[in-house]
Design a protein around this ligand. Structure first.
Ligand code: PLP
Length: 380
């Protein structure tokens, strides 16, 4: 898979307008969306997770391609309310009452994260409202990244072992009806068989929930977590295998007549973006080559969270490569963008970081140390 949405010539042209810059390719985003959509059975709804990249151009594109949207704040709801009425889901472990009110007024499908959401919706809803219940599994699911997923303690959803008590309490609800299940169990998983193993487990939970409720579930939301490669040689997710597996899963669950939902963010938005920055300084320090850039964790946080650099190349610069530690301009030793291999670089050399369309600018600590924000630019 090509880890860079723009070649050297395009990177050079884009950088002439100024760096640091997030450059995005609409064509790459569309290709990624279509590849996934075409691989999935029609009974799988595709909901783009807005948090991955909430830029209006991207939301517009995905909306036109028929996407639903997974939102996690009133701000995200406002961004997509008019683009996809009737196709919006709303999750979040700490919803404020005003946000629930907004979701109700927009007819958004709420993922209730616990009794508090159910109870407040019961008070706020003017009439009947169907919701999904977000459950945090107790076991049977492969550990995902430490950031989200896994089976340990979690701020998200109802712990699976607390479900019976919650369902008993939910019996008192008059307006709010649980009609779906939501489980987010993995993060950046590129192995279709591991994703499918978690999805099988979730369908097992859905069957128990359906039996306990005594009514058919309309939706089983399998969350996001579809992975992308961040290094040369990492295999991309086989969407064909994922689609076939989900088709087989639906066929094996004749008791479930509703729809499945996938909520990928990273997979849909990551590959379309490239972060462009110039080298400001190179320092050799006790055997380590520090390459200091115009932007650091104020523009890209992911390397600090995961320990993995974005795929990085020096634009139009050849020669033998050797290790480099990427650092930003911030006066803190936290400002590291990972270890990469680069040829000789100097102040002014342009670097491109690929797969930066998701959890790039949106996840950055932009105000930290008051450097200018990076620009964003969309290309056809
Ligand atoms: C509820 C929910 N859905 C979907 C996503 C998107 O996940 P990813 O970008 O890994 O596909 C997230 C990410 O945090 C999430 O919290």
């Amino acid at each position: 898979m090509n880890l860079f949405a723009f070649d050297d010539a395009a990177c050079g042209r884009l950088a002439r307008e100024g760096t640091p810059l997030f450059a995005y390719s609409l064509a790459a985003a569309e290709a990624q969306f279509r590849a996934l959509r075409e691989a999935l059975p029609p009974r799988v709804r595709l909901a783009y997770a807005v948090k991955a990249n909430p830029h209006p151009r991207l939301l517009q594109l995905f909306g036109e391609l028929g996407a639903s949207f997974d939102c996690a704040s009133a701000g995200e709801l406002a961004r997509v309310a008019e683009l996809a009425p009737g196709r919006i889901l709303y999750a979040g472990p700490g919803k404020r009452t005003a946000e629930l009110d907004l979701a109700l007024s927009l007819g958004v499908r709420v993922q209730a994260e616990g009794w508090e959401d159910l109870e407040r919706l019961e008070r706020l809803a003017p009439g009947p409202v169907a919701v999904n219940l977000r459950v945090h599994p107790a076991g049977g699911i492969q550990e995902g990244s430490p950031i989200i997923g896994g089976t340990g303690p979690s701020a998200f959803g109802v712990d699976e072992e607390d479900l019976p008590l919650l369902l008993k309490r939910a019996g008192s609800l008059r307006k709010v009806a649980i009609r779906g299940l939501h489980v987010f169990a993995a993060s950046n998983e590129r192995d279709a068989s591991r994703l499918l193993a978690t999805h099988r487990h979730v369908l097992g939970m859905a069957r128990l929930l359906q039996e306990a409720l005594g009514t058919e579930l309309e939706q089983v939301d399998l969350g996001g977590g579809l992975g992308i490669p961040y290094a040369a040689g990492e295999a991309p997710l086989d969407v064909g295998a994922l689609g076939r597996g989900l088709g087989e899963l639906l066929a094996a669950c004749p008791w479930f007549t509703g729809e499945l939902v996938l909520e990928p963010g990273r997979f849909l938005a990551g590959p379309c973006g490239v972060y462009l920055t110039r080298v400001t300084r190179v320092k050799e320090s006790r055997g380590v080559r520090f390459v200091i850039l115009e932007g650091g964790v104020n523009h890209l946080l992911r390397p600090l969270l995961t320990g993995q650099a974005f795929p990085t190349r020096a634009v139009a610069s050849g020669g033998a490569k050797r290790p480099a530690t990427l650092a930003g301009p911030l006066c803190t030793s936290l400002d590291r963008l990972g270890e990469v291999e680069l040829p000789e670089v100097a102040p002014g050399t342009l670097l491109a970081m690929g797969m930066a369309g998701a959890y790039g600018f949106t996840e950055a600590m932009t105000p930290f140390l008051s450097h200018p924000a990076p620009r964003e630019r969309w290309e056809a």
